[in-house]
Write a protein that binds this ligand. Sequence first.
Ligand SMILES: NC(=O)c1ccc[n+]([C@@H]2O[C@H](COP(=O)([O-])OP(=O)(O)OC[C@H]3O[C@@H](n4cnc5c(N)ncnc54)[C@H](OP(=O)(O)O)[C@@H]3O)[C@@H](O)[C@H]2O)c1
Length: 258
Amino acid sequence: MSADPRAPLRLFDLTGRVAVVTGASSGLGVAVARTLAAAGASVAVVARRRMRIEALADEIGGQAVEADLLDEAQLDGVIPAVADKLGGPEILVNVAGNIFSRDRAEDEPPQAVRQTLGLNLVAPLRLSQLAFPHMRAAGRGAVVHISSISGRVGIPGIPQASYAASKAGLSGLTSELAVQWARHSIRVNTVAPGFFRSEITDGLFDDEKGGAWLRRNTPLPTEGTADDVVGAVLWLVSDAGRFVTGQTVVVDGGWTAR
Ligand SMILES: NC(=O)c1ccc[n+]([C@@H]2O[C@H](COP(=O)([O-])OP(=O)(O)OC[C@H]3O[C@@H](n4cnc5c(N)ncnc54)[C@H](OP(=O)(O)O)[C@@H]3O)[C@@H](O)[C@H]2O)c1
């Protein structure tokens, strides 16, 4: 044990590490990118909305990588583009995700099911595969996937069968990659948020009935924000989480504790 009581705080420092953050044009991805950069990492921010990621890259001194993660060629180009400009990534945070159908399970169109799995599950797996050689060469690495409490419990009133399946899939992927890659000191974890405010949930939070429903189902009295989720991500990608791998960490204000 270190005699310096401040030593554990320094474990959050990311100086000298290259990080890739997807979904970095809004919501949680922006918050994660800013935090990792503030902790010292060189951060590549990935999304389709070029103006937004370019502005963020300017702000944090990082790299903007415009890519549609549902396009195979663009998906496969992300990690090489980062490696060329910033160096091989040691940190990958898969934040990009979406719900493509609001239909009940029995009516979800097959195309929406494929898109949901493609963006929420296949893209994180593919980016992990492509980041792996760089992490192995560095002798360390950390991957964090962003899933959802809907990968763990059903959410009454908001049908999301394929979304739930894709998010639960991330937890299975997490334990398997963690075990396969542990010998290279590459850690793989998932953060499963409950509801927090973002472009996709603002309407729900602002709606009178929606807001009341969220408050009724969330034991903690405060409203969730992206900043409430970022701490878990920083912990898991940094040396502060160096003995944690294969886990799904739930950050939900107590939603699933009931
Ligand atoms: N908000 C919540 O309450 C909540 C709860 C649980 C889990 N989550 C999860 O948390 C993550 C972030 O959610 P958020 O609420 O912050 O969402 P958001 O603000 O809607 O952000 C989604 C991000 O994904 C990117 N994206 C979407 N489709 C893409 C594509 N085809 N290719 C590349 N990037 C794409 C978007 O960028 P472009 O549109 O610019 O491409 C955007 O940056 C998601 O995985 C979501 O499932 C959210």
